[in-house]
Design a binder for this molecule. Structure first.
Ligand SMILES: Cc1cc2nc3c(=O)[nH]c(=O)nc-3n(C[C@H](O)[C@H](O)[C@H](O)COP(=O)(O)O)c2cc1C
Length: 205
């Protein structure tokens, strides 16, 4: 089995983390980098990852997520934010920045702008892509022996309020919270994972 498949099998949604065991900074850096390097539609990277390490911020976010115990017990709580549609209006600062940084020729830039313009649900489009980034983060984490638990954004505006209060200067109006991941190290024996049988979920012809 190769190293990636070992990580795939190691990963599970961890609900009990070792209290007080922090993820080293260099490992956390790689986990976040795995998200940053994820694929995105048209290369637009419509996301931001807010990494909460401070207890006060984690507690406020936990409250907005229904006080699931694994949030305050985790080492780092990553909020995956999706960029709101106004960022993608033709001629916006973000579009200009991406086109310049990516050295998009004018015809490619025009094509990308028209594809985004035609999207029916731009926020949904952005949110979906945060899932790819988060999946890649959890897989990278598993490669380092770090566990993650996806946490649904059951109250995105509550999380946004906590961020506005505790992360001064963060451009919260540009984003909507899509979902979250609690990261840390598993504590003790973990439950056996349940998966549907292969024939129910895979067809090869
Ligand atoms: C979008 C999403 C939201 C989730 N939200 C929660 C959550 O709020 N709390 C939780 O304990 N698990 C949450 N999970 C984890 C799932 O329950 C878990 O992935 C599923 O039961 C399969 O277990 P496994 O990840 O260990 O294979 C979420 C998973 C996904 C993909």
């Amino acid at each position: 089995m190769n190293e990636v498949m070992k990580a795939v099998r190691f990963r599970h949604s961890c609900r009990a983390f070792q209290a007080g065991r922090a993820i080293p900074a260099e490992v956390l850096d790689e986990i976040v980098e795995a998200g940053r390097l994820a694929p995105s539609s048209l290369g637009m990277q419509p996301w931001h990852f807010l990494v909460a390490a401070k207890a006060e911020l984690k507690a406020a976010l936990a409250e907005a997520c229904g006080n699931q115990p694994q949030i305050q017990g985790c080492s780092h709580f990553v909020v995956l934010l999706a960029r709101k549609p106004h960022n993608y209006e033709a001629g916006s600062a973000l579009m200009k920045e991406i086109f310049e940084a990516g050295k998009f020729p004018p015809e490619r830039a025009a094509f990308v702008a028209s594809r985004i313009e035609a999207l029916q649900d731009k926020l949904g489009w952005a949110k979906c892509q945060t899932y790819l980034a988060g999946a890649q983060m959890m897989l990278a984490a598993a490669g380092f022996g770090v566990d993650g638990c996806p946490i649904a954004a059951s109250n995105p505006s509550g999380e946004a309020t906590a961020i506005a209060r505790l992360v001064p200067g963060f451009p919260v109006a540009d984003f909507e919270v899509a979902w979250n991941i609690a990261f840390g190290y598993r504590s003790g024996e973990q439950p056996v994972r349940f998966t549907l049988p292969r024939e129910k979920t895979v067809t090869v012809i």
